[in-house]
Design a protein around this ligand. Structure first.
Ligand code: ATP
Length: 503
C-alpha cells in the first residue's frame, strides 16, 4: 500500500493537483501548493462542507477571522504553556524525533510480533483455530501484551507528569534505536512549542511576539458574543470557519497529511453547560453521516475515542480514514467545555456570558467542536478515488472516480475532429454550460487519449461533438466510471449535467 501511496503522490503532481512548494529551489519541507485541478477540488470540498454546516443549519453562521490575533489569545487558550511536543535528537545521525512517536512505533513492532504469533497459530491449527482462545492462553502473546501494557502505562505517566528525564529513561530502557543510524545515543527530551512566532512591526522583544494561529477555533471564540448579539442567536448555535492554520510539526511527513501550513474547517457549537454529552454524541453521528454520504466507502471510516485528552477537552473522538498508510485522524470532535471562553474571560477581564432569556440567567456557554483538516480530506478523496483498471480489451487506464459533486472539471467538451465546424459547435456548448459548471475544451490527440486524460483528472462526463451533431443537434455523453455512452439532445445537456453533478 505504500506503493499505492507513491503512485497517488506522483499522479497528483503529473495531473496538476499538488506540487511541492517552490520546487525550483528544491521545495520546502512539508509545504505544498495546490495546482489547477487541486484548487478546484479543494474549493469544492470547502463548498460541500460549508453547505452542510452553514447553509443547511438555520442556527449555524460563518466567520472569517484574521490569522494574526492578539498574543494574549494564545495565553488564554493554553497554547503558550501546553501546545508542546516532546522532542529528542539522536546524537549520531543528528535526526530529530517526537519522543512519544518513537515509543508508539516501538509498541507497533511488538503488536506486529503478536500478530505473527497469531498467524503461526492459525497455520498450525487450521480450521480449528480459535483466535480469542489463543490470545488468552498463548504464553508468548500474554508476555508481549503484558509488556505493552507496562510501556503504555509508563508513557502515559511521563506525559501527564511531564517527566522529561523519565521519558528519556523509557526510551533507553526499551533499547529504542535511531531508525536512520541505528544508534542509541540520545539527547535529553525537551518540550517544543508548535506555534510559529513572529514580530509585529518594528518592535523587538517578548511583548511584540505574535503567533501564526495554530488553529482557527480561537478566532471564533473571541468573536462569539459579537456574533451572538448582532445575529440575535439563541443557544444552541454554531459558528463555522474555514482557514489556514500553522504548526511547527517536528516530523512532518506523509505528503499533505501532516504539513506545517494547512487548512482547517472548524465549527464551534455553543451550548448550555451540562448538555455537552448529548451534543457530543449528536455531532459525532452527524459528522460520520456527512463523510459516508460522500460515497468513498463506509469501511474507510472508524471512530477512535481518545483516552489521553488534549488540554482543553472533557471528551474527544477522532473520525479516522483508511489512508494508503493505514487508519489515521481525519477529523476531531471535541467537547471543549468552557475552557476557552473561561480563559478569555479571565485574561481579557471582559464578561463573555450569554444571557439566557428562558431562565433569565447569565452563564459562559460550553462548546462542542468539529474540526476537520481540509488537506486531509483532500488526501482522503484523492487516495480513495485513485484506481488502476484493466479493461476488457486488455488495455489499462488510471481513473479518479471522485464524487461528481467534488470533481475539478464537471464536463469536457470534445470535437471528434479539428475541422468541419465541430470545434465551433463544441465551443457553443461550453458557452451554455460554463455559467454553472467548470468545463474544459480539448481538441488535441485522438478521442481515446482525450478520454484517458479526463479519466485521470476525474472528469465525470465527456461530451463528444461529431458529424451527426451538425445534422440533428445531438451529442454523446460518456460517463467516466462505466465508460458507457448515450446520445442526447444538446438542448437537454444543461439539465442532465446539472442533475448529475450537483451537491
Ligand atoms: P494529529 O494528532 O494528527 O497531530 P491533532 O489531534 O493535533 O492531529 P487537531 O488539533 O484536533 O489535530 O486538529 C484538527 C484537525 O486539523 C485534525 O483532525 C487534522 O485533520 C487537521 N490537522 C492537524 N494538524 C495538521 C497538520 N499538521 N497538517 C494537516 N492537517 C492537520
Amino acid at each position: 500500500n505504500e506503493d499505492v501511496f507513491k503512485k497517488v503522490i506522483s499522479h497528483a503532481k503529473e495531473f496538476g493537483f499538488v506540487f511541492p512548494s517552490s520546487e525550483i529551489y528544491d521545495g520546502l519541507s512539508a509545504t505544498y501548493d495546490y495546482a489547477q485541478n487541486g484548487v478546484e477540488l479543494k474549493n469544492n470540498i470547502k463548498q460541500y462542507w460549508w453547505m452542510a454546516m452553514v447553509q443547511m443549519h438555520e442556527n449555524i453562521v460563518g466567520l472569517d477571522a484574521a490569522i494574526f490575533m492578539h498574543p494574549t489569545t494564545w495565553k488564554a487558550s493554553g497554547h503558550v504553556d501546553a501546545f508542546n511536543d516532546p522532542l529528542i535528537d539522536n546524537k549520531d545521525s543528528k535526526k530529530r524525533y517526537r519522543a512519544d512517536v518513537l515509543v508508539e512505533d516501538h509498541m507497533a513492532k511488538i503488536e506486529a510480533k503478536i500478530q505473527k504469533d497469531v498467524d503461526k497459530g492459525k497455520k498450525r491449527f487450521g480450521d480449528d483455530f480459535d483466535e480469542e482462545q489463543f490470545r488468552a492462553t498463548n504464553p508468548n502473546v500474554l508476555r508481549r501484551v503484558a509488556e505493552m501494557d507496562k510501556i503504555r502505562e509508563e508513557l502515559k505517566r511521563v506525559q501527564e507528569e511531564e517527566d522529561l528525564p523519565g521519558f528519556k529513561a523509557l526510551i533507553e530502557d526499551l533499547g529504542i534505536v535511531c531508525p536512520v543510524s541505528g544508534s542509541k545515543n540520545w539527547t535529553e527530551v525537551r518540550q517544543f512549542n508548535l506555534m510559529f512566532g513572529t514580530e509585529l512591526g518594528s518592535v523587538a522583544g517578548d511583548a511584540a511576539t505574535i503567533y501564526l494561529r495554530p488553529e482557527t477555533a480561537q478566532g471564533i471564540f473571541v468573536n462569539y458574543l459579537n456574533v451572538q448579539k448582532t445575529g440575535r442567536m439563541k443557544l444552541p448555535f454554531g459558528i463555522a470557519q474555514i482557514g489556514k492554520a500553522f504548526r511547527n510539526e517536528i516530523v512532518a511527513r506523509q505528503f499533505i497529511f501532516r504539513m506545517r501550513e494547512f487548512e482547517q474547517m472548524e465549527m464551534q457549537y455553543f451550548i448550555k453547560p451540562g448538555t455537552q454529552m448529548k451534543w457530543y454524541e449528536y455531532w459525532k453521528e452527524e459528522r460520520m453521516k456527512w463523510h459516508k454520504a460522500l460515497g468513498l466507502g463506509d469501511d474507510n471510516y472508524r471512530f477512535h475515542d481518545h483516552i489521553k485528552l488534549a488540554h482543553y477537552a472533557d471528551a474527544a473522538a477522532d473520525i479516522e480514514f483508511k489512508y494508503p498508510f493505514g487508519f489515521k485522524e481525519l477529523e476531531g470532535i471535541h467537547s471543549r467545555t468552557d475552557f476557552d471562553l473561561g480563559g478569555h474571560e479571565k485574561e481579557s477581564g471582559k464578561k463573555l456570558r450569554y444571557f439566557d432569556p428562558e431562565t433569565n440567567a447569565s452563564y459562559v456557554p460550553y462548546v462542542l467542536e468539529t474540526s476537520i483538516g481540509l488537506d486531509r480530506m483532500f488526501l482522503a478523496v484523492l487516495s480513495a478515488s485513485f484506481k488502476e483498471e484493466q479493461l476488457e480489451d486488455g488495455s489499462e487506464r488510471v481513473v479518479l472516480n471522485i464524487p461528481p459533486a467534488l470533481a475539478p472539471v464537471k464536463a469536457a467538451v470534445l470535437p471528434l475532429v479539428k475541422k468541419d465546424g465541430l470545434p465551433e459547435k463544441a465551443r457553443e456548448i461550453i458557452d451554455t454550460l460554463k455559467f454553472d459548471h467548470n468545463c474544459q475544451y480539448e481538441e488535441k490527440d485522438s478521442i481515446g487519449k482525450r478520454y484517458r486524460r479526463q479519466d485521470a483528472i476525474g472528469t465525470p462526463y465527456c461530451i463528444t461533438v461529431d458529424h451527426q451533431t451538425l445534422e440533428d443537434n445531438t451529442v454523446t455523453i460518456r460517463e467516466r466510471d462505466s465508460m458507457e455512452q448515450e446520445r442526447v439532445a444538446i438542448a437537454d445537456l444543461e439539465r442532465i449535467i446539472g442533475d448529475r453533478v450537483s451537491m
